[in-house]
Design a protein around this ligand. Structure first.
Ligand code: ATR
Length: 281
């Protein structure tokens, strides 16, 4: 008798994760037996969690803050995109070994495609990315793979932005945080990957007047759904992309691996998560 597949999301803390709602929705939509559970594991216990999850009946799971780099270190096999980002957000067992992938890049680009139409890149030559952490690396990798000519990275700690240029020195430039408005006139796409604007954090206040009229403003923050940055962009008449699409799309490859069906990101799924964000606000 085969048991129903189980998957996890592991983090610390983990109780605010929306991933169980997303995967639970897809399990139900496809009439699949299976479960997707939150697991809270402190950093000191992460290595032993990895060694033990298969024995507890899990096929794999998602990895979130603060374990993405540790998962990269401990996985037995890595996809090319996980190696490139040096971080893992999706794990599964294959041939008895722990495999690690990173689906954040794919999630970000798919969210732009869904929100803007897949030809958004026609008018996008230069992107201005705010922040230089793990999320910025995924966003920048996606934009470079999509063929953008130039990415300017502005970060509070300039050295982190400068380190990121090693990714592709010909196409990435670092900018100091207090000089970022100088990069606005050439930005076809502005992406916030910092935590500014997130519930409980200070807002990201930027005068967007200097952005071109065709510019798109994206935020990877999704609580709240409309950040102060996106509200300002909307008021300026610009197209905006909120952070929920990235969360939904990055979940697709994991579900397909653990449960055997490739799910879709539909307006109905989005509405379920939006309702949860509003309920908990
Ligand atoms: P993640 O992996 O989720 O991207 P991270 O590595 O902690 O998380 O990165 C968070 C980003 O938000 C960084 O670019 C950080 O800037 P620093 O590199 O200077 O720390 C940025 N950030 C956080 N708080 C900020 C603030 N108050 N003002 C400007 N940038 C901020």
């Amino acid at each position: 008798m085969s048991t129903a597949p189980k998957a996890f999301v592991v983090g610390h803390p983990i109780k605010h994760s929306r991933s169980p709602l997303i995967h639970g929705y897809w399990l139900c939509e496809h009439g699949l037996k299976g479960s997707y559970e939150r697991v809270d594991v402190a950093p000191a216990d992460f290595a032993s969690f990895l060694r033990g999850f298969q024995g507890e009946g899990f096929r794999g799971g998602n990895v979130t803050i603060p374990h993405k780099q540790a998962a990269f270190q401990y996985a037995d096999a890595l996809t090319g995109r996980a190696k490139r980002l040096q971080a893992v957000n999706t794990l599964w067992i294959e041939d008895g070994r722990i495999h690690g992938d990173n689906t954040d890049e794919l999630g970000f680009i798919a969210s732009l495609d869904q929100a803007l139409g897949s030809d958004w890149d026609q008018a996008a030559r230069t992107a201005l990315v705010l922040g230089a952490g793990g999320a910025a690396r995924a966003v920048i990798a996606g934009l470079l793979d999509r063929g953008l000519e130039r990415v300017v990275v502005a970060n509070r700690t300039l050295e982190r932005a400068q380190e990121l240029t090693a990714f592709d020195p010909r196409r990435i430039e670092a900018a100091a945080w207090d000089k970022l408005t100088q990069a606005l006139p050439e930005a076809d796409l502005l992406v916030n990957t910092t935590s500014l604007g997130m519930d409980g954090q200070p807002p990201l206040i930027l005068d967007l007047i200097a952005l071109p009229d065709h510019a798109v403003v994206a935020d990877i923050v999704y609580v709240p759904l409309e950040t102060p940055l996106l509200a300002a962009a909307r008021a300026r008449g610009l197209r905006v992309v909120d952070g929920l699409g990235m969360l939904l799309h990055q979940a697709v490859p994991g579900f397909a691996r653990w449960f055997g069906v490739t799910p879709e990101v539909t307006p109905a799924l989005r509405a379920v998560i939006v309702a949860d964000i509003e309920r908990r606000a």
